[in-house]
Design a protein around this ligand. Structure first.
Ligand code: NAD
Length: 453
């Protein structure tokens, strides 16, 4: 038996003992996970620093604080989420008890990405534990240090048979994918998303795919451009642009392009000083493969700011590209790096048309003081999430479903949505063996007379 097979078999066996079904046990595991974040901040921060040059405060802000919030929400609400949910009845079932009973699915496979390695790997795990499942956790091998720390720490704090960590790259993940799971929760790019779905189809396993895409950002010429650009600068260059919901590119009228560039440049300086390379809050590209991929994307576009780089430490400066054409290299795929192309458009109509020509993105941003502009953008396009006048913050709202649509993914999570995503919502109807007379009309022979017609 391979290491992967053993981990899955052990998780299945542990699930079959039934211990993960008890709400007390689930809460205990969640609290243990909470303790891990309280006690091991230093180890987590050091690994994130080595992998992505994340600062300690930055790591807490974007990784562990959100997880701690999700854990305490789950602990607080678990009884309510797991309880039977009464539903409306029809005439035939008036005297019955009709409800939805969430039940665990079984063994879940969680495959994480590297950009926010704790957030995107542990957040589904919180939901898997809360929903009473076993879960095999596969962190991304690309964040070398973090995946090692995760492999070391998780088994110390939570049930290592129910929630094993399996590390490794493509061969190990593919070996995992040959096993039978009851749900696969994958975060990463769409090409691998298709591999996951194909493997899942062999066992009829349902999947959640948290993918990416080119998230557009439209700036209305009537908005407060200074504030808009400050928020966009934050959304774009946090984690060096390696954020699934980062604004990928800007659409705006040519008349405001210069202002937009100036304001973003100002914010870059405010946030990361004149020399982002030495600024502790400015990240690095995860590895040289991604460094080369991002640098190649700049070809053929005009650099309006930034553009400098250093391959040996995977540094790429916060960069703005101006007058970018739809055919440009940088517009062909998700950037996932600190390049911000600006595409001039004649106005809202052209922006909407342009967005609708592409795949449905994970997030869509509009900056405007005018509700009509915001509503038109919302109603005439489609995307995983929609934000007006800010970036990224919807990720932090546990009461909003987070996920993609079309090419940006399927299924959603956060808060109760993760619990529901990783539960089977079982429809239950409990009838008494009394009052059989009421049922007479449904039994053959079916005559109009019997029905009173
Ligand atoms: P990655 O390279 O770490 O891959 C993700 C996982 O897939 C890893 O665990 C890896 O081992 C596995 N994998 C890679 N190739 C495989 C293969 N051929 N077969 C089986 N498994 C394989 O991460 P990535 O894809 O570079 O991540 C970046 C992408 O993820 C971006 O597109 C980004 O937008 C997206 N993303 C989405 C979200 C979200 O919540 N929707 C969050 C973060 C990242």
């Amino acid at each position: 038996m391979s290491r992967e097979q053993q981990a899955v078999a052990r998780a299945r066996k542990a699930f079959e003992t039934g211990r993960s079904r008890s709400l007390e046990y689930r809460i205990l595991q969640l609290k243990n996970l909470q303790r891990l974040f309280e006690e091991k901040q230093k180890e987590i921060a050091e690994a994130c620093k080595k992998d992505l040059n994340k600062s300690e405060v930055g790591m807490q802000m974007y990784e562990t604080l959100g997880l701690e919030g999700e854990i305490s929400l789950a602990v607080r609400k678990l009884k309510e989420w797991a309880a039977p949910r009464p539903v409306e009845k029809n005439l035939l079932t008036l005297s019955d008890t009709v409800y939805i009973q969430p039940e665990p699915l079984g063994v879940v496979l969680i495959i994480g990405a590297w950009n926010y390695p704790w957030a995107v790997t542990i957040q589904p795990l919180i939901g898997a534990i809360a929903a009473g499942n076993a879960a095999v956790v596969k962190p991304s091998e690309v964040c070398v240090h973090t995946s090692k720390v995760m492999e070391e720490l998780l088994p110390i704090y939570i049930d290592k048979e129910l929630y094993p960590v399996v590390t490794g790259g493509v061969p190990e993940t593919q070996e995992l994918l040959r096993q039978r799971f009851d749900h696969i929760f994958y975060t990463g790019n769409g090409t691998v998303g298709k591999v996951i779905m194909e493997a899942a189809a062999k066992h009829l396993t349902p999947v959640t795919l948290e993918l990416g895409g080119k998230s557009p950002c439209y700036i209305d010429k009537n908005c407060d451009i200074t504030t808009a650009c400050r928020r966009i600068t934050w959304g774009k260059y946090t984690n060096c642009g390696q954020t699934c919901i980062a604004p990928d590119y800007i659409l705006c009228e040519p008349s405001i392009q210069d202002r937009v560039i100036e304001e973003i440049k100002k914010s870059i300086k405010d946030f990361y000083t004149d020399d982002p390379k030495t600024c502790p809050d400015y990240g690095r590209i995860i590895n040289q493969r991604h460094f080369k991929r991002i640098m190649a994307m700049m070809e053929g576009s005009t650099v309006a700011a930034g553009g400098d780089s250093n391959e040996s430490d995977c540094f790429i400066a916060p960069t703005i590209l101006r007058d970018v054409k739809p055919e440009a290299k940088v517009m062909q795929e998700e950037i996932f790096g600190p390049l911000l192309p600006i595409l001039p458009v004649s106005g809202l109509d052209e922006a909407i048309k342009f967005i609708n020509k592409g795949e449905k993105p994970l997030a869509l941003y509009v900056f405007s003081p005018d509700d009509k502009v915001i509503n038109r953008m919302r109603d005439e396009t489609s995307s995983g999430g929609f934000l007006a006048n800010d970036c990224l913050v919807h990720f932090s709202v546990s009461s909003l479903p987070f996920g993609g649509v079309g090419n940006s993914g399927m299924g959603c999570y956060h808060g109760k949505y993760t619990f529901d995503q990783l539960s089977h919502l079982r429809g239950c109807l409990i009838k008494k063996l009394k009052m059989e007379g009421v049922n007479d009309m449904r039994y053959p022979p079916h005559t109009a007379k019997k029905l009173g017609w």
